[in-house]
Design a protein around this ligand. Structure first.
Ligand SMILES: [Zn+2]
Length: 140
C-alpha cells in the first residue's frame, strides 16, 4: 500500500506533528482520506517507542494521513434525499390524473400515464393509493 514506507518519517505517540492522524482517527472525525494518496508518515507503536533501535515491522504501526487533505465522508443529507425523492416523484406522477405510480412514466414521450393516454382504468397496485387526502376544505 505505501509507495516507500521505509522512507516515511516515523513518529511516536505524543510526538506526531499536528495535522497528521491515522485513518482510524480520520474516520472517527467523519472524514475520508480524500486527496491523501498514501501515508505521509508512520506512527510507531508504543512498544517500539521504548526500544530506540528497534525497527518496528509488525502491523500495529499506523499510517498517518494529512487532515488538511481529508474530505468529509459523502453522507447524503436529508435535503439531498428529499430532492431525490421529489425528482423520483416527478418522474412517476401523472400530471393528468395525479396518480403516483411505482415506476417512471413516459412523460417525455407520452406526457401522462398509459391509462390516461389509452383511456382505461389503471391496474390497482401499479400506483400509490391516495396518500394526501384533500382535507383543507373542511375548514371552510
Ligand atoms: Zn394519468
Amino acid at each position: 500500500m505505501p509507495r516507500s514506507a521505509a522512507l516515511l518519517p516515523e513518529y511516536d505517540r505524543g510526538t506526531v506533528p499536528e495535522g497528521l492522524v491515522t485513518r482510524r482517527v480520520l474516520r472517527d472525525m467523519g472524514l475520508s482520506p480524500g486527496d491523501n494518496d498514501g501515508p505521509v508518515a508512520i506512527l510507531r507503536c508504543r512498544r517500539c517507542a521504548t526500544r530506540p533501535n528497534w525497527s518496528c515491522r509488525h502491523p500495529t504501526r499506523g499510517f498517518l494521513l494529512r487532515v488538511d487533505l481529508a474530505r468529509p465522508k459523502r453522507v447524503p443529507t436529508l435535503a439531498q434525499e428529499l430532492a431525490l425523492d421529489r425528482a423520483m416523484a416527478a418522474r412517476s406522477t401523472c400530471p393528468t390524473c395525479s396518480r403516483r405510480y411505482y415506476f417512471c412514466l413516459p412523460l417525455r414521450k407520452v406526457g401522462c400515464c398509459d391509462p390516461c393516454a389509452q383511456g382505461y382504468e389503471p391496474t390497482p397496485g401499479t400506483y400509490v393509493p391516495i396518500t394526501t387526502p384533500v382535507c383543507h376544505r373542511l375548514a371552510a
